[in-house]
Design a binder for this molecule. Sequence first.
Ligand SMILES: *Cc1c(COP(=O)(O)O)cnc(C)c1O
Length: 396
Amino acid sequence: MSENWKSRTKLVHGGTRRSQYNEVSESIFLTQGFVYDTAEQAEARFVEIGEDEFIYARYGNPTVAMFENRIAMLEGAEDAFATASGMAAVSGALTSLLKAGDHIVSAKALFGSCLYIVESILARYGVEVSFVDGTDLDQWRAAVRSDTKAVFFESMSNPTLEVIDVAAVAEIAHAVGATVVVDNVFSTPVFSDAIAQGADLVIYSATKHIDGQGRALGGVILGSKELIRGTVEPYMKHTGGAMSPFTAWVMLKGLETIDLRVKAQAESALKIAKHFEGHAALERTIYPGLDSHAQNALVQTQLGGNGGTVLSLDLKGGKEVAFKFCNALTIPVISNNLGDAKSIATHPATTTHQRLSDEQKDDLGITPGLVRFSVGLEDVDDLIADLTQALEAAQR
Ligand SMILES: *Cc1c(COP(=O)(O)O)cnc(C)c1O
């Protein structure tokens, strides 16, 4: 196993643990527990768990460990803890770090469930939260304080696809000793280099690009050995948000192809965004890879010029036209996942972001005409033709 391997090699071979049968494909160790040779061995293992030792699947499991090692290699993180879902990762990362009386600064453009954790749950336990426009570095500078314990943001926001400067926010946060927690789903583990850019904890919902085929819920928290084993793991293993071995196997297989899939999806997304930019039926075409995107310069430096696999189309005519458009699509499905092999259309204002107030939606640019479009693996020309006919149908 080599740290010098390039990404694709890491994604196929990283973290592999073979049983005594020397199987080619990763095994699913569908077991909750592990047998000890002696009572003394059990005692010793409860004192300290070694690198390749396990005691209970809520703490760790060989299939889950393979997934954790493989994604950590890709991300360039020392360690990782796999979780039952993306939200188990977000809540686990924040709750394991924070205690009553702490202050955190969060970007206000957050996925509905992330907002609920930061705004409602953390507040209930006495954590003070300041919200900022994540793209405005002056607001971060003004909001951090000597008692700021953590900062939290989605590096590319859902669904308006604003890109936040990980390195710059990390510098501001580290100056006051705050831990930088980044929800990195939209940036994808293929394009992101968030750990190298200064993030302390990076979170993925593995449900999205890592599975990439809409089968299973999962998540992962990545960071230094000290943060993952010292802070995150004690909280996660005792509160029960562990990933199941079967899910870990699905995610391991997803990682084998993620580089190919995400690059193909991003290439199609760029082609679609360029095709529809300026279309008469659209108020805005939002895609970070477009030159016209407000943070396109940052996309070049932070994400190697890759704008991701999602674009948002803001249709003229509001909700009625947006619904007609979604209903007229024949290839993409109406759903709320993203990063899937199947293209997916989502109307955020009435689904993923429904619980936000009208003011919050206005403030974040989640307009009634906005449709989030997750680009799948279908032929891009078929997608462009289908979107074209659906835009026309929506005008009738
Ligand atoms: C989907 C998503 C989550 C939650 O992940 P689940 O696997 O659905 O729990 C968190 N943050 C972002 C940005 C997401 O897109």
